[in-house]
Design a protein around this ligand. Structure first.
Ligand code: MN
Length: 210
């Protein structure tokens, strides 16, 4: 039995239009995300074979394959849930307070995240994450599916800025895609991740003082 499987979307392929078209959603989910799932399972299988045979010559390649493909599986699994046809608006409650504290204001958070997404060189993601060491939200760029991210952070909100995520709808105008993204952010999902991340990671990486 494969370890990883493609999750079903919580909405139809056409549900996010006109912000993201059904064509992109179907290709992105059924082809791109599926390929990461298949690749992550294949890497695990080949690592198991390498251990059994005692031939670990390909371990570097296989671990890179695992990081890239499991990264792709995780990123897309979060991203689909971060979106909703009923999304948009602003975060509320403790999440809004944490973003306000962490970034100065909700507008400053939004501007920082937008600039992060627009600035990704090549393929990657903008990520809002919970930093379990500093006990605060952080924003960073994720290169490809796994690069430039420190361990110990839990993703809360992710935006895919690979060209496959927007080019059919927006061509080269990534800024319009990012603008549309804010109209479909599922803040209830982001808040649920925030609450769970805080509860699960306190003292996990670096024990908290006192
Ligand atoms: Mn993607």
């Amino acid at each position: 039995m494969p370890v990883y499987s493609l999750p079903e979307l919580p909405y139809d392929y056409s549900a996010l239009a006109p912000h993201i078209s059904a064509t992109i959603m179907e290709l992105h989910h059924s082809k791109h995300h599926q390929a990461y799932v298949t690749g992550a399972n294949a890497a695990l299988e080949q690592l198991a074979e390498a251990r059994e045979s005692g031939n670990l010559a390909n371990v570097n390649k296989l671990e890179k394959d695992l990081a890239f493909n499991l990264g792709g599986h995780i990123n897309h699994s979060v991203f689909w849930k971060n979106l909703s046809p009923d999304g948009g608006g602003s975060p509320e409650g403790e999440l809004a307070a944490a973003l306000d504290d962490g970034f100065g204001s909700l507008d400053a958070f939004r501007a920082h995240f937008t600039a992060t997404a627009l600035g990704v060189q090549g393929s990657g993601w903008a990520v809002l994450a919970w930093d379990s060491v500093g006990a605060r939200p952080v924003i960073f760029q994720l290169f490809d599916q796994q690069g430039n991210a420190p361990l110990g952070v839990i993703p809360l909100l992710q935006l895919d800025v690979w060209e496959h995520a927007y080019y059919l709808d927006y061509r080269n105008v990534r800024a319009d895609y990012v603008k549309a993204f804010w109209e479909i952010v599922n803040w209830a999902d982001v808040e649920a991740r925030f609450t769970a991340a805080r509860a699960a990671t306190s003292g996990l990486i670096v024990p908290s003082a006192g």
